[in-house]
Unconditional design. Structure first.
Length: 505
């Protein structure tokens, strides 16, 4: 979809009072390296009043309800043409997070056409190093004016995503437009450089604002895993809180799917699903600011758990996972790399991280000090790069011009555990989320020494006991046998954590 010629831009928050003959700004959007026309997102701001303008009917980055201070963009493919009131404007063009932003200031006069072409240069060529990006978690509600088919064709390529997973879900009778598409691959929408897959988000809540069992994504599945939502979120809003989410994860994996726990590991059953071996990856920051407390707790118990990410509502921010794919890139090879932990997650900074020359997902037998190398390069400003060992920052470097940082550090370890790189700070993205990036771990093993922390396992034991009390008191089951099956999952996970605690130090 190319924006129509002469479409008058309207301010998002107030009607512009200038009734003069409009000016026209138009131009091409091309990749600087190849010269090919590409899709991108565009922000047009009148510099005097700071008003943002957007064409009527444009495919936009944000729903109507957005955080205060968020910046609004619209999408275009190959070229753009817009009409604006006379004045001074800043035009920003952005493609994904691996390209530099292109910004031009211009003054436009009434009735005059101004041609401004944009060439989008790569910040870092991730494909050359075998890294391919994905969004594991997206869906759209009815709060949009454009055709959803147009959005699927336009947005993922403009965001330079290699993989875009749309999540089928149930929230009572809420009309999610993306539920119209069948489970599985959508080849007719995958011709813009992005593979699109329809997966599922299985969900259970205590209240509409509080996770119950939790939320989990199923990728690369041949069919829906039913029930998609239980309890409060079911179609009736009054269904039993059964089966549990870990049971649905087990079924998704049985039919060949990949399971990714959502929202920083929120929900009672996240540690249960991980302990029982039904969770393949852990989503950081999808729809929320990144929070690592639960992720670090599970890693400190000794679990291999790759980091993943997505955006949840819309694709309004840059949350994504990069997966290193050796050899040819396919959806299957990408899924394999995800499950193997060859990943990092980010909403801007692009991380490189090795330990003794080995990439994330590797298990190292440690016999001498470790040589850790990390770097982060970002179009989005960030504050610092850190090396994290078992959840604690052991080295850090302030970013140069909030854009680049690197660390070379030697680490001596006496016990097993894990080590990773992360970007930290309080800078915010255009959508208002804290800027972050985090690699999956390199796992460390030292002969004769533990690699689990007893305190981390103990915390999950206490949590599981609290969850069981809540389930008995507040959750609904069709029979006592179903209740017993649900509690049995939690008992099995508790016993696993008890064993892990005994192996830890």
């Amino acid at each position: 979809m190319i924006l129509g010629s002469g479409a008058l831009l309207r301010p998002l928050h107030a009607q512009h009072t200038d009734t003069s003959v409009p000016a026209v700004i138009k131009g091409k959007l091309t990749d600087a390296a190849t010269g090919e026309q590409v899709a991108a997102k565009i922000r047009v701001v009148e510099t005097g009043a700071g008003e943002e303008f957007m064409p009527a009917g444009a495919i936009r980055t944000m729903p109507k309800r957005t955080p205060a201070g968020a910046k609004h963009y619209f999408y275009a493919r190959g070229s753009y043409e817009i009409a604006v009131p006379p004045g001074r404007y800043m035009i920003e063009v952005v493609r994904g997070i691996c390209h530099e932003a292109a910004i031009e200031d211009t003054e436009v006069g009434a009735g005059i056409t101004h041609v401004i072409d944009f060439k989008l240069a790569l910040l870092r060529d991730m494909h050359a190093a075998g890294w391919h990006s994905g969004n594991t978690h997206t869906h759209y509600h009815l709060e949009m004016d454009e055709d959803p088919d147009d959005r699927l064709r336009m947005v993922p390529p403009a965001e330079a995503l290699d993989i875009s997973v749309i999540s089928y879900l149930i929230r009572n009778d809420s009309p999610y437009i993306t539920n119209r598409y069948p489970i599985g691959r959508l080849p007719k929408f995958s011709n813009g450089g992005t593979i699109i897959d329809i997966g599922e988000e299985a969900r259970n809540n205590r209240t509409f604002g509080d996770f119950g069992y939790g939320h989990c994504l199923f990728l690369n599945i041949p069919r829906a895993v039913e029930p998609v939502s239980t309890g409060l979120l079911s179609r009736s809003g009054n269904a039993p809180d059964f089966p549990t989410l870990s049971m649905l994860c087990q079924e998704a994996r049985r039919i060949g799917g990949t399971t990714v726990w959502c929202h920083n590991g929120g929900g009672m059953e996240a540690p249960v699903g991980v302990a029982l071996g039904h969770v393949d990856a852990f989503n950081v920051g999808d729809g929320l600011d990144a929070d690592y407390e639960r992720y670090y707790g599970l890693l400190n118990c000794g679990f291999r758990l790759p980091a993943s990410s997505g955006t949840d509502w819309w694709i309004y921010d840059h949350n994504r996972i990069f997966v290193q794919v050796p050899g040819g890139f396919t959806y299957e090879s990408w899924i394999s790399g995800l499950r193997a932990g060859r990943t990092f997650v980010t909403n801007g900074p692009l991380i490189e991280f090795t330990v003794n020359g080995q990439a994330p997902g590797t298990t190292l037998q440690v016999t001498e000090p470790l040589k850790v190398r990390a770097s982060a390069l970002s179009r989005v400003p960030f504050e610092r790069l850190e090396i994290v060992h078992d959840g604690e920052a052991i080295a850090q470097q302030t970013a140069v011009s909030q854009r680049y940082a690197s660390i070379e550090h030697e680490v001596s370890v006496e016990r097993g555990g894990w080590i990773a790189a992360r970007v930290s700070g309080n800078t915010r993205t255009y959508a208002g989320f804290r800027v972050y990036a985090h690699s999956s771990p390199v796992y460390l093993r030292v002969a004769g020494a533990p690699f689990r922390r007893a305190s981390a396992a103990g915390a999950f034991i206490d949590e599981i006991e609290d969850s069981k009390r809540f389930i008995r008191k507040s959750y609904k089951f069709a029979s006592q046998s179903d209740l017993a099956l649900a509690l049995g999952r939690f008992d099995a996970a508790r016993d696993s954590f008890i064993r892990l605690a005994s192996e830890g130090a």
